[in-house]
Design a protein. Structure first.
Length: 193
């Protein structure tokens, strides 16, 4: 591959990363909720309760579920904490209990020695883990939401992008101006002959 093609690929990936980062950061700041795309969502795992399956600081892909009755034992789910409804916990289902039309899940973190003390009602299950995680990327996303992270990951790249774009637009203009001057000099030489 030529350097020009590689440069274009890197540039396109960089632009894509910027747009995705802006979307995730600004929509989560505006709504207070991590944004979804077609029911899929990225969340950060900060605790070590799911090691070795999911390491702390991993960014995981989850899919919001409509019907908790489709879940099975060994599925990894994300649910609202019984103590704080705004806090999400991601643990594995170890047992399912159906009572009338209600469903309850007994959960456990893979590295925890005991099961969770409270069962999870089906209506409190938020999403199912999609077996995709990016180790340590969650730390970056978490850091990017701070003021310093915003400056490092968004402001500096955007300013760089603007100046790079201005430079790339000016280069063809300079070349065009030079070629116009060369044409004018050539035509003047022909007139003088």
């Amino acid at each position: 591959m030529s350097k020009k093609v590689i440069k274009r690929i890197v540039y396109t990936l960089f632009i894509g990363f910027l747009f995705i980062s802006f979307y995730l950061t600004f929509s989560s700041k505006l709504t207070g909720v991590t944004p979804q795309i077609a029911g899929y969502q990225l969340i950060t795992i900060l605790s070590g309760s799911m090691e070795p399956t999911i390491k702390p600081g991993s960014l995981i892909l989850i899919k919001v579920i409509d019907d908790p009755h489709r879940l099975k034992v060994n599925d990894i789910i994300t649910f609202h904490s019984p103590r704080n409804h705004n806090e999400l916990i991601t643990h594995r289902i170890v047992e399912i209990d159906k009572q009338n039309s209600e469903i309850y899940f007994t959960t456990k973190g893979d590295s925890n020695k005991t099961i969770d003390t409270k069962t999870v009602e089906g209506m409190n299950v938020y999403a199912k883990y999609q077996n995709i995680h990016i180790p340590f990327a969650g730390y970056l996303l978490h850091f990017s939401k701070s003021k310093i992270g915003f400056i490092l990951f968004f402001l500096i790249p955007v300013i760089t992008l603007i100046f790079t774009s201005i430079g790339s637009f000016r280069s063809p203009l300079k070349r065009r101006q030079v070629s116009d001057v060369e044409r004018q000099i050539c035509s003047e030489e022909q007139v003088m002959k």
